[in-house]
Design a protein around this ligand. Structure first.
Ligand code: LYS
Length: 273
């Protein structure tokens, strides 16, 4: 009798404790979703997701280094990130029309873009460009582009790099609206060579080991660049994201994401200069 009383007392105490714990956690959950989460402002982000390893579509989801970094920055700065594969031109147009808050797409920070957009502090140093070509063509340096049919992504620094060699009106340049289409043109033989950011060129070659695609760089003519997150001019978010980026540099989160995608340590000093 005693034992069973003790048992039932124990059962009552235990179940009350469980109930309390459940209420507690329900309350915590409701705090989370009813409080912070609901108040988080959703920032609308455009990208052009044929630029691996920065952004690309995997099993229907936009993923990559930029995407993970942006989500971590949003988390740190207290924003929810809604990222859409808008394409390059629509991403820029969306910032212009104020339909988008952010453009993140391996975008190089450069003077003429700074007239139209604000940029975060640099988050990635790109070592310039590679020239990609099929191995039935011989390319030793950028000069050789003059004799070839070239593919570039329209409106990018890769296009400018190629034009700096062959001239902007050259008939042998074909401009594609995405990096993916540029690369397809090279694979199908519509163009002999393509010029794109070095880490992306390397990734395409890695992902297409049987494509007989070679690459060469020309450090004399093609210089390193820095990527930044693009905001509308005068955006209130730039400061928050710069602070968040500093935090992720300090607390190791940036390095963690970087190592996952590039399999090496980042050089943070070159970004902070
Ligand atoms: N970094 C280059 C630029 O800003 C290429 C970006 C292309 C992205 N799909 O022009």
């Amino acid at each position: 009798m005693k034992i069973s009383f003790k048992k039932s007392l124990f059962a009552v105490v235990a179940s009350s404790a469980l109930l309390l714990a459940a209420c507690g956690s329900a309350q915590n959950d409701s705090n989370k979703s009813g409080g912070n989460e609901k108040e988080k402002k959703v920032l609308h982000v455009g990208t052009e997701a044929t630029f691996p390893p920065f952004e690309f579509v995997d099993k229907g989801e936009v993923t990559g280094f930029d995407v993970e970094l942006l989500k971590a920055l949003g988390e740190e700065a207290g924003y929810e990130i809604d990222i859409k594969n808008t394409g390059w031109d629509s991403m820029l147009a969306g910032l212009d029309s104020k339909d988008l808050d952010i453009g993140m797409s391996g975008i190089t920070i450069k003077k003429d873009r700074l007239k139209s957009y604000d940029f975060s502090n640099p988050y990635y140093e790109s070592e310039g460009f590679l020239i990609l070509f099929k191995d039935n063509v011989e390319v030793k340096n950028a000069e050789d582009l003059k004799n070839l049919k070239i593919g570039v992504q329209n409106g990018t620094t890769g296009a400018e790099a190629a034009e700096s060699v062959v001239g902007s009106n050259a008939k042998n340049i074909s401009k594609y609206e995405s990096s993916g289409l540029m690369f397809q043109a090279l694979l199908s033989g519509s163009v002999d060579a393509a010029v794109t950011d070095k880490p992306v060129a390397e990734e395409y070659i890695k992902q297409n080991p049987d494509s007989n695609i070679q690459s060469v760089e020309d450090k004399e003519r093609f210089k390193p660049e820095y990527y930044g997150i693009a905001f509308q001019k005068g955006s209130p978010y730039k400061e928050d994201f710069d602070k968040a980026l500093d935090k992720l540099f300090e607390n190791g989160k940036y390095a963690e994401i970087y190592k996952k995608w590039f399999e090496e340590e980042p050089n943070l000093d070159s970004l902070k200069d």
